[in-house]
Design a protein around this ligand. Structure first.
Ligand SMILES: *Cc1c(COP(=O)(O)O)cnc(C)c1O
Length: 449
């Protein structure tokens, strides 16, 4: 595939340069997003902001589309980034949407996604959520437990309808690869493979449940194509067994999301060429038998499709030194971007790719901690980062921020304003989600006495 390399950048600065070369531009030392200068974005929309380049999102979608065999469908995972302009972009490219709440269902419908292309996963769906999903006749509801199957059967019977379901299964065997071990763990998601037969004994005779698919989800942020392929292949064994029990072919096998992007300098990009070659070979093997001749495969990536097109931008409000250590204090932080602060479940806190967006042509001379305005030591956007000399008013950008950014952050913490979301498309920037106000934190409170 032209333009896709898998070289590993040596340092954080190289990593940022690599991302800029792939997706952005630089003019007079300043970052350009889709041809629009950062200073222009901040002048128009203020700081802090998230900016999403929808053309990059479209390219990333097409890159994946071209990697996957024709028998694969893509459903973007809304929880990675529910921005309407982004959802509309993916839907416009032919993507379905994977949702995990009624709120996401409303967002998917508002984005114009055809109901039959919506998949509903996630543990603990409420009765109201299941009713809504049935009423909207979405593509599949992914059943995560025996209770959920029973609940859904009862609701479908009441409505004199059939629920199209897919069973989410946790494989019994662990798959090794890339230094990681996946599956065979205790998880609150899905049905353990060793409980599947017993569950099927109960579900198969229920006419209100139409079992159409198998859903497997075994990990996130996977950068090793071998590991992905191994897991996909292992999933087929479960599909084979499920088909035998059903006595008819499955319509869908959902292989989950989990395709990774490089956040850190030492990480190697997922090799799409090798993934493509592996998938082709696998499809040829499958085509030799009749077993899976009808099935559609589904991938539901969030991070891979959305991370690279997004950037979080903050402005330096203060620079200070404490006991020999230099701090740049910025007007945004972990309340807007929990993942970059290393507090979204990371075991090792590593810096996201961070740069001074108005000094991209300057050499790095200082070691700085970039911290947010919250009164907590957790509010750190970068630790011990090599940066050019920093001044009040500089723009600091966090790359790889289009997935699990704003929507995965504790926006209410310390009652600070939520960041705006700006989208750039074909060289034009527009406001996509307005900034929160101080009053938002009063508006929904019951002020008694
Ligand atoms: C979160 C999630 C995804 C997306 O995962 P990525 O690692 O972002 O690709 C897909 N499917 C389900 C069921 C999820 O919960």
């Amino acid at each position: 595939m032209a333009g896709v390399t898998t070289t590993t950048p040596a340092t954080q600065t190289d990593h940022v340069a690599d991302l800029i070369a792939r997706h952005f531009g630089v003019s007079a030392g300043q970052l350009q997003v889709g041809g629009v200068a950062i200073s222009e974005l901040v002048r128009q929309f203020g700081s802090p902001l998230y900016v999403y380049d929808l053309d990059v999102a479209r390219r990333q979608y097409q890159l994946l589309r071209q990697t996957l065999p024709p028998r694969f469908d893509i459903c973007f995972s809304v929880k990675a980034n529910p921005n309407q302009a982004l959802l509309r972009t993916f839907v416009g490219q032919g993507s379905g949407l994977e949702i995990a709440s009624s709120g996401e269902l409303h967002q998917a419908l508002a984005a114009g996604c055809p109901a039959h292309k919506i998949l509903f996963a996630g543990p603990g769906k409420t009765e109201q959520e299941l009713e809504l999903a049935l009423a909207q006749q979405i593509g599949e509801i992914h059943v995560e437990s025996r209770t959920e199957a029973r609940r859904l059967a009862r609701l479908a019977e009441l409505k004199h309808t059939r629920a199209r379901i897919s069973l989410r299964v946790n494989p019994a065997a662990a798959v090794e690869g890339g230094g990681m071990r996946m599956g065979a763990k205790a998880v609150p998601f899905g049905i353990d493979e060793d409980q599947l037969d017993d569950l099927l004994d109960e579900l198969l005779p229920i006419p209100a449940l139409e079992i159409v698919g198998l859903h497997l989800f075994v990990g996130t942020q996977i950068l090793d194509h071998e590991q992905l392929l191994k897991q996909y292949r292992a999933g087929l064994e479960i599909a084979r067994h499920l088909q035998q029990r059903l006595g008819r072919p499955l319509q869908t096998i959902d292989l989950g999301g989990g395709l990774g992007v490089p956040y850190f300098a030492h990480e190697t990009r997922l090799d799409l060429c090798q993934l493509q070659v592996g998938l082709r070979a696998w499809m040829e093997e499958i085509a030799r038998g009749a077993e899976f001749s009808e099935v559609r495969f589904v991938l539901e990536p969030g991070r891979f499709l959305a991370a690279e097109m997004g950037l979080y931008v903050t402005q330096v409000t203060d620079v200070k030194t404490s006991r020999g250590k230099k701090f740049a204090i910025v007007d945004g932080g972990m309340h807007h971007h929990l993942a970059a602060s290393g507090n979204l479940g990371q075991t090792i806190k590593r810096n996201y790719p961070v740069a001074v967006l108005n000094k991209l042509d300057c050499v790095t001379t200082e070691t700085i901690d970039v911290v947010g305005p919250l009164c907590t030591p957790l509010d750190v956007l970068a630790r011990g980062l090599e940066l050019p000399p920093i001044e009040i008013g500089d723009w600091i950008g966090v790359f790889q921020s289009g997935a699990y950014g704003r929507s995965a952050s504790p926006l209410g913490f310390l009652s600070r304003q939520a960041p705006v979301e700006v989208v750039v498309e074909r060289g034009v920037a527009r406001l996509s989600r307005k900034r929160g106000t101080d009053h938002d934190y009063l508006a929904d409170q019951l002020l008694c006495d």
